[in-house]
Design a protein around this ligand. Structure first.
Ligand SMILES: [Ca+2]
Length: 455
C-alpha cells in the first residue's frame, strides 16, 4: 500500500461534498437546470443545487433521487443535505421518510440532516427509529452487531434535540426512561436545546438524581450551568456505578474521509477524547475530558474540557465510550491518565504527519499515544500506515470496543459471540480529515443551548 502525499490531503480537506458523488451531483444539476449548466454552478454543484432547492419543481426532482434506493448511498446523502434548502413543505414531509431508509448508511446521514433541517415531519419517524433500535434483538454494547444502526439512533436523538418542539420534549422524557447511559447523555443534550420551560425541571431532576450515573448528571449540570439554572441542585455522589471508566475513549462527530466516500456523513465519527472521570466543584458534578483540537480553538491544543467543548458546542452527539480490545488494567488506566495530563498544553499538528507526538498531536494520535505508552495498542499498526494514513478517529473507533451500556430490561442479553469486525468498505483506508473534524464543509452553524423562556 502506498502512502498518500501530504499535498493531496491538504487539497482534499477543501472538498465540501462527498467527492464520490460529485459527478452525480453534476448530472443532477444538469437535469434540474434543463441542461443549462453554467461554469460557476459546476464548480460547486451542491451550492448550486441548494439554491435550486427553493424552486418546488426542482426540489421534487432532487427528492426523487434522495429517496431512490437504487442510487449510491453517498450520493443520496449529499442530495438529502442539499434538500435542507427546500422551502416546499410537501417535499420536506416526504424527505422525512429518509429517517427510516432501508439503507443503514443513509439512515445515519439522513437522521442527522433532518435535525439540521429542523424537519418537524421527521419527529415520529426519528422516534420510531430510536425505539426500534433500543427494543431490537441482537448484540449490543461491547459486541454490537450493527454499529451504524446505533449511530443512526444516536443521530436521531441528536436530531430531536435540534427540532425544538413541545412534542419532542415529551418524547425525550419518555425515551430517557428506556435508554442506556450514552443515549441518556445525548437526551440531556437534546433537552437543553428545547425552547420549553419543561426542559429546566427535567434537567434538574437528572442532575440531582443519585440513582443516575455521574457522567449523565454532569452533562445535566453543565447544561443547567449554561442556562443559569443549576442553583440548589444536589451534587451528592451517585449511588449507581457508571459504565464509563476513567481512561476510556470518548467518540463524537466530525467529518471523516474515506477512500470510497470522502467527507460523507455516513460514518460521522470524527473526534476522540480521553474520559478523565467526574469531579465535584461548588456542589456541582463536572466531567473531565482530555482532548486535542486545533490551536485556533479556545482553548486549543491538548486541553481539559467538559461536554460542551468536547462536542464542539453540542454540534455533535456523544457516539460511544470505548476502550482497547485488550482491556486496560487499573495500573494501565492510571498510566493513560497520567500521560494525558502530562501532555496538556502541547500543540495540535494540522498536517497530521506527527499524529502521536512527541511535539505535536491530533485528537486520535493523542489518545492512541496515551494507550500505547501504557503498553496497549487500540488500533493495529497496519491501519496506521499505507492507505490508512493517517489514523482517523473512525478507524480507531472501529478497532476499539464498546464498554457495557446495557440497561436492565431493555437490551437483548449480550452474548460475546465476537468483536465487531471492521467494515473495510467503509473504514479501511480512511483519510484523516481531522482538520475538518470541526465543521469545514458544512454551512451550518454549531447549535447552541438556547436560553429557556420563562425561567
Ligand atoms: Ca496503534
Amino acid at each position: 500500500m502506498r502512502r498518500i502525499p501530504v499535498i493531496l490531503f491538504a487539497v482534499m480537506t477543501s472538498i465540501s461534498v462527498n467527492a464520490g458523488a460529485a459527478d452525480n451531483l453534476d448530472s443532477l444539476l444538469a437535469r434540474v437546470e434543463g441542461g443549462r449548466l453554467n461554469k460557476s454552478a459546476a464548480a460547486d454543484p451542491a451550492a448550486a443545487l441548494r439554491l435550486a432547492a427553493a424552486d418546488p419543481f426542482k426540489a421534487r426532482v432532487m427528492l426523487g433521487d434522495a429517496l431512490d434506493g437504487s442510487r449510491d448511498p453517498g450520493y443520496r446523502c449529499s442530495v438529502i443535505d442539499v434538500l435542507g434548502a427546500a422551502t416546499d413543505d410537501s417535499v420536506r414531509k416526504e424527505l422525512a421518510a429518509s429517517a427510516l431508509d432501508p439503507d443503514p448508511g443513509v439512515r445515519v446521514c439522513a437522521s442527522r440532516q433532518l435535525g439540521l433541517q429542523k424537519n418537524e415531519h421527521a419527529i415520529p419517524l426519528l422516534v420510531a427509529g430510536i425505539e426500534a433500535y433500543l427494543g431490537g434483538s441482537g448484540n449490543k454494547g461491547a459486541y454490537e452487531d450493527d454499529f451504524r444502526a446505533r449511530i443512526a439512533a444516536i443521530n436521531s436523538v441528536w436530531a430531536l434535540g435540534e427540532i425544538s418542539s413541545p412534542k419532542v420534549m415529551r418524547e425525550l422524557e419518555r425515551l430517557y426512561r428506556a435508554s442506556d447511559e450514552v443515549f441518556r447523555l445525548n437526551i440531556a443534550f437534546g433537552a437543553g436545546k428545547q425552547k420549553t420551560e419543561k426542559s429546566g425541571p427535567f434537567l434538574r431532576a437528572i442532575a440531582g438524581n443519585v440513582n443516575e450515573t455521574e457522567p449523565v448528571r454532569a452533562a445535566a449540570f453543565e447544561i443547567l450551568e449554561r442556562l443559569g439554572l443549576s442553583g440548589g441542585v444536589s451534587g451528592a455522589p451517585s449511588a449507581v456505578p457508571s459504565a464509563f471508566t476513567p481512561a476510556d475513549i470518548l467518540y463524537t462527530g466530525g467529518q471523516t474521509g474515506t477512500i470510497s466516500d470522502w467527507f460523507t456523513d455516513m460514518l460521522p465519527i470524527g473526534h476522540t477524547g480521553i474520559y478523565g472521570g467526574t469531579r465535584t466543584e461548588d456542589g456541582k458534578i463536572l466531567t473531565v475530558i482530555y482532548d486535542c483540537v486545533p490551536n485556533y480553538f479556545s482553548p486549543g491544543g491538548v486541553r481539559t474540557v467538559g461536554w460542551y467543548n468536547y462536542t464542539h458546542h453540542f454540534k455533535y452527539p456523544l457516539y460511544a465510550v470505548k476502550t482497547s480490545a485488550v482491556a486496560p488494567t487499573a495500573a494501565q488506566r492510571e498510566s493513560i491518565l497520567r500521560v494525558a495530563r502530562e501532555l496538556q498544553g502541547k500543540d495540535y499538528g494540522l498536517t497530521h504527519v506527527q499524529q502521536k507526538g512527541p511535539d505535536t498531536f491530533d485528537c486520535v494520535g493523542y489518545s492512541e499515544y496515551a494507550y500505547e505508552q501504557a503498553g496497549l495498542n487500540i488500533t493495529p499498526d497496519e491501519q496506521e500506515t499505507g492507505w490508512g494514513w493517517p489514523l482517523t478517529p473512525a478507524e480507531q473507533y472501529d478497532a476499539a470496543v464498546n464498554v457495557g451500556t446495557r440497561p436492565p430490561g431493555v437490551w437483548a442479553q449480550q452474548t460475546p459471540s465476537g468483536i465487531v469486525a471492521p467494515n473495510p468498505g467503509i473504514i479501511t483506508g480512511a483519510f484523516g480529515a481531522l482538520g475538518a473534524a470541526f465543521g469545514s464543509g458544512s454551512a451550518v452553524e454549531p447549535p447552541e443551548v438556547p436560553a429557556v423562556p420563562g425561567l
